[in-house]
Design a protein around this ligand. Structure first.
Ligand SMILES: [Zn+2]
Length: 337
């Protein structure tokens, strides 16, 4: 038997980056319910890995990353209508520190995901994320369970293999952290590496200086690719270990102290981990580690690296993913779809 684990971030009236629309979310949840899927949490997944989950049901797992306030406003009523359960992986550093009121759609200002993350990670405003009273309200609904998504959510430059463009045309909310200074024209956008997976780096100052003096994508690309060591590693093995251990412990402790919930699962920021970070997470007491590697879960899946599928923003793609991943032959040839 296979289990498909879906990853969501936001549910909003209209689809946008990182958000599915509330109508689309309802279509997906209704389809899963009508098709006989039962939504499970990490405890049941652990039973599945141990061969103790009854196999007469079909299972799915709905997971949400970060802790967006829209999860309470738009996703919760839909989960309730279909008696579906979901798992919210909280990044405790992103949580709302500004308010205590439980918001409804009328008093929640919808802010673009990238801007909202930028505001929160640099300590400007955490208004797009849940406050602890809202999280408690979700807990009391009986529809949600809470797991860990770290305490920080930063990315650094790791490799320059795939440059996706340059600031200001291609901004990214973690760029300021990765550069060690506010973004400037010519700062490259890449696939940033999670600081909970690898050692913290910063772009070398000589490369920054030459990018600032140059202009145009062609010249910037050449400078990045020609540089023998574009990033400086800022941590030793011990410093990396201490930082990640402190971060994961802080997340675990905050959830325990505010919700009385002992977390067993860690959903890595951006789904990224490394051998070292997996070892540290297990040392912190996490038994199941979730990635964003696209695949189904079966009895042979390692609890150290549990794959999830990003829930598509439209129904045709959602059904297509279900078809591909529910069929072993399609799954093997999925690269052709
Ligand atoms: Zn995240």
């Amino acid at each position: 038997m296979n289990i498909l684990i879906w990853t969501y971030h936001r549910v909003l009236p209209k689809a946008s980056s990182a958000a599915v629309s509330a109508d689309e979310f309802e279509r997906q949840i209704a389809y899963l319910a009508e098709s006989g899927y039962k939504s499970i949490g990490p405890a049941e997944l652990e039973l599945f890995f141990n061969g103790k989950l009854p196999l007469y049901d079909k299972y799915t797992m709905l997971t949400f990353d970060d802790g967006w306030a829209d999860n309470l406003i738009w996703a919760t009523p839909i989960l309730k209508r279909y008696s579906a359960k979901a798992v919210l992986a909280l990044n405790t550093g992103l949580m709302n520190k500004e308010g205590r009121t439980i918001r409804k759609d009328g008093n929640y200002e919808i802010i673009d995901s990238k801007k909202a993350l930028e505001e929160s990670v640099y300590g400007k405003s955490s208004r797009s994320f849940l406050n602890w009273n809202e999280i408690l309200d979700m807990k009391n609904s009986g529809l949600w369970e809470f797991q860990a998504h770290g305490n920080s959510h930063f990315g650094c430059y790791s490799k320059f293999g795939r440059i996706k463009g340059f600031f200001p045309e291609k901004p990214h909310w973690t760029m300021e952290y990765a550069l060690g200074e506010p973004p400037f024209p010519g700062a490259p956008k890449v696939s940033f590496g999670s600081t909970l997976a690898d050692k913290r780096t910063v772009m070398g100052s000589d490369l920054k200086d030459s990018l600032k003096k140059a202009s145009g994508d062609a010249e910037w690309t050449r400078l990045c690719q020609a540089h023998p060591a574009p990033v400086e590693i800022l941590e030793t093995d011990e410093e990396f270990e201490t930082r990640v251990e402190t971060d994961l412990t802080e997340c675990k402790k905050t959830i325990l102290e505010t919700l009385g919930v002992e977390t067993s699962s860690l959903f890595w920021p951006w789904g990224q981990s490394s051998d070292a970070s997996v070892r540290i997470a297990k040392k912190c007491g996490f038994k199941m580690l979730f990635t964003m590697e696209k695949d189904i879960v079966n009895r042979k899946t390692s609890p150290d690296s549990i794959p999830r599928i990003a829930a598509p923003a439209n129904f045709a793609d959602f059904k297509r993913q279900m078809t591909i991943y529910s069929n072993s032959i399609f799954r093997r040839i999925k690269k052709f779809f």
